[in-house]
Design a binder for this molecule. Structure first.
Ligand code: CA
Length: 432
């Protein structure tokens, strides 16, 4: 198949769009001029308003649109794969170049296709629970080395998809400012903590995973069924206050160093849109244990990983004033996950813990093994030992007020339309 066979959309900005061509069709929740939040689908520079176009849907696809009502996608996520695919197929038909309904839709103009730039994006679902995993093995090793050079990975890492329960109430969509947190820190060489604004503010580049159909409390989701329970994906920035974290994290793990805000990209890229970009899970290095049977599935190992290029950019206030291009901090990939998303789902529910539609998982920081691929400043500056030099002449070890972090993702494969995730942005503002 060649690029020329890729079906185009009559929404011309979709053709060749870096994130949202006809082949992506991610769902989200938006509002326009202060209207109530409602569901839509990103197509090129526009948003296809699902409810304004309700009459163009019937059967399962109509049921899917109806389940997106009320400015939250939870009920839609809960419908599972069948209705999601029916909706995707109908959207593809309606928005493709040869659509017989093109004229009718075009006549409705901005009523069904407002410009995305005129709209405000919201969280796509009510997030009842948020769990952050730690499956980026390169990050786990890099961070482990800083603290335990002889023994960077703890003995459980290759048996257990490590995770902790995060804070759902402070997850925000891209564009929300990041207020510098205050807290307790232990200054170097001191024995008593001090209180004040975080001085070592960091980002973490992660993949977000939206849970679709959940499980009843007491039941477990089998590894072979786990992929069916994933509704889609986003980008996630697990903002981290490293100085607060260093003082508080033992013995129970991160707490206030993480819970002040978590940013996500607002579009839910479906499992179906990512289908062409699935990969085999990389073989475990020789000497690593095989996963226990509740985490083992041949099909998951054969196609449960993804090839998604991930990028982190930084701009400072000065760089923006001088119109300097953003500085690339990280170029990484989801292939650096030691555990698949299906393994995360199976592990999370194996004890009978209930997952619910609209729960959100973070993958953990997805660093690559080489310089330029590290997904946090902690790794890039080796805990503040090295500086990053910027084109403005400024230097950074951690984030300053006015700095903006932008996460992006891109999937490419010969013969397929490239798709992206949209952006996950956040600007640091001074502590209050
Ligand atoms: Ca994290």
């Amino acid at each position: 198949m060649t690029q020329s066979t890729i079906i185009r959309s009559w929404v011309t900005s979709a053709n060749g769009h870096r994130d949202f061509p006809l082949q992506n069709l991610p769902l989200g929740v938006f509002s326009l001029n202060g209207s109530a939040p409602r569901s839509g689908v990103a197509i090129g520079e526009h948003i296809f308003d699902l409810h304004a176009a309700l009459d163009f849907f019937e059967g399962q696809a109509r049921g899917a649109v109806e389940a997106t009502a009320g400015g939250q996608l939870n009920a839609f996520f809960d419908l599972g794969r069948g209705p999601r695919i029916a909706l995707r197929e109908r959207l593809f038909e309606l928005l493709s170049e040869g659509s017989t309904l093109r004229g009718k839709l075009e006549a409705l103009g901005a009523k069904v296709l407002p410009l995305a730039a005129d709209c405000q994006m919201h969280l796509p679902a009510k997030i009842n629970d948020y769990t952050d995993f730690y499956v980026g093995i390169e990050h786990a090793q890099n961070v482990g080395k800083l603290f335990r050079p002889e023994n960077p990975l703890l003995p459980n890492y290759k048996y257990v998809p490590i995770g902790y329960h995060g804070r759902a109430s402070t997850i925000r969509p891209s564009g929300t400012d990041v207020r510098r947190p205050k807290g307790q820190t232990l200054p170097a060489g001191q024995t008593e903590p001090t209180f004040g604004p975080c001085a070592r503010l960091d980002y973490e580049l992660e993949l977000g995973i939206w849970i679709g159909q959940g499980n009843a409390m007491g039941d477990s989701i089998a590894i072979g069924d786990a992929a069916e329970h994933i509704a889609g994906f986003c980008l996630l920035n697990d903002w981290s206050a490293r100085d607060i974290q260093a003082w508080e994290y033992q013995p129970l793990g991160p707490f206030l160093s993480k819970s002040f805000i978590t940013s996500i990209s607002p579009w839910v890229v479906t499992a179906e849109a990512l289908e062409p970009f699935r990969k085999a899970q990389p073989a475990r290095p020789e000497g690593d244990p095989q996963p226990l049977s509740y985490l083992s599935d041949t099909r998951d190992q054969a196609a449960g990983a993804f090839d998604i290029e991930l990028e982190v950019l930084l701009t400072t206030q000065t760089m923006r004033e001088q119109n300097l291009p953003a500085h690339r901090l990280t170029l990484s990939n989801t292939r650096h996950m030691y555990w698949t998303v299906a393994q995360m789902v199976a592990h999370h529910s194996v004890n009978g813990c209930q997952l619910q539609a609209g729960d959100l998982f973070g993958s953990g920081t997805l660093s690559g093994p080489e310089a330029g691929q590290f997904g946090s400043l902690l790794e890039i500056t080796e805990g503040g030992k090295k500086s990053i030099e910027l084109a403005s002449g400024e230097v950074r070890k951690f984030l300053e007020d006015g700095d903006e972090i932008i996460l992006r993702a891109r999937c490419t494969r010969d013969g397929f339309a490239s798709i992206g995730f949209g952006e996950c942005r956040g600007t640091v503002v001074a502590a209050r």
